[in-house]
Design a protein around this ligand. Sequence first.
Ligand SMILES: [Fe+2]
Length: 449
Amino acid sequence: MKTQNPTPLVKADGMTITPGYMPGFGNDFETEALPGALPLGMNSPQKVNYGLYGEQLSGTAFTDVRPERTWCYRIRPSVKHSHRYEKIDLPHFRSAPDIHPDVTSLGQYRWDPIPLTEEPLDWLTGMRTMTTAGDVHTQVGLATHIYLVTQSMEDAYFFSADSEMLVVPQEGRLRFATELGVIDLEPKEIAIIPRGLVYRVELLDGPARGFVCENYGQKFELPGRGPIGANCMANPRDFKAPVAAFEDREVRSTVTVKWCGQFHTTVIGQSPLDVVAWHGNYAPYKYDLRTYCPVGAILFDHPDPSIFTVLTAPSGQPGTANIDFVLFRERWMVMEDTFRPPWYHKNIMSEMMGNIYGQYDAKPQGFVPGGVSLHNMMLPHGPDREAFEKASNANLGPDKLDNTMSFMFETRFPQQLTQFAGKDAPLQDDYIDCWKDIEKKFDGSPGKK
Ligand SMILES: [Fe+2]
């Protein structure tokens, strides 16, 4: 299996750059890799220090009520990192709408982990789309993917004009070398790569597997906490944006662009990661899921799983998300006289779940690390028989759910299975049977519990 060391990032003076981060969610950051590279007090001086070119990257419309944009000061303007494009085919990297007549999306589905492979796969060729929802052309909905990466991208770069990418590693560490700096990412962390940002993905050690939620719609933001107040859940200070880092490497390189669901490649003569300084609020960031402070029930019953929302990407309808990213992690269960696991339910939202590590309380068996499940719009689901019986008969004291970290990509739009998910991925045909042994307990007598 081929694993390279990541490309060293070197400053102009020959010093190697250590990835560094600036804390805060949605802050207006400023950072420079060379002293004096960032213009002070203005965005677009007549001449920029070091002969850099000033350029604005806008992630929202200019007239948005809260514009998100970043000013970049770079060795070459982006027009030099974009030449004639040729379409290429990445058959497993799909976009909505992707509906196949011979694939049935209606059903409760669960998959084993897609096994890691000896095949040479990079961030693009290793992307396996599981579901799509909405329409990439109208910037509505999402795609969910599993990535298998066995090779670093070498002099190869990528950006998605279609989407913001939420990356959830499950195995192996990745380096995202982006225009705005370097993010090193490991399991139990997540990263967000904004729409339009150019980057390269490298392996930091062995092969890597994980999950991606591709958000076609409005950007992820922190959920409104309402009566919870100013603290807990995901705290803004725990989100980290990278400091500026640049490459001055003149070598034949490719840039692949995802645009309206199609892939296009252009050849250029240098690394496009040449931003020496930047300031703004449109940036990649990472977040350590171990810093998520869960809030829950402390006497009886328990709230809807929305209480565990880390990030939400709004739709046009307030309170009804294009995507919620929800985390189920270690926590204490203290509720009295309560059925503690998730209850049986049907939901207008469609739920794609993934297991990062450990055991999920509603499904002690079968939902394993690296595996995913899908409970689509209005399809019933809930604890299997074993979980139901155990939770209904347990002596209830304070109990810690330990060694557990699963997540959900939940969307208001029904999710369609790709051909890969329906035909090639390791689907558990017997998943539906996890409920088959649930007994009728009702016999007309009121006291039976
Ligand atoms: Fe659910």
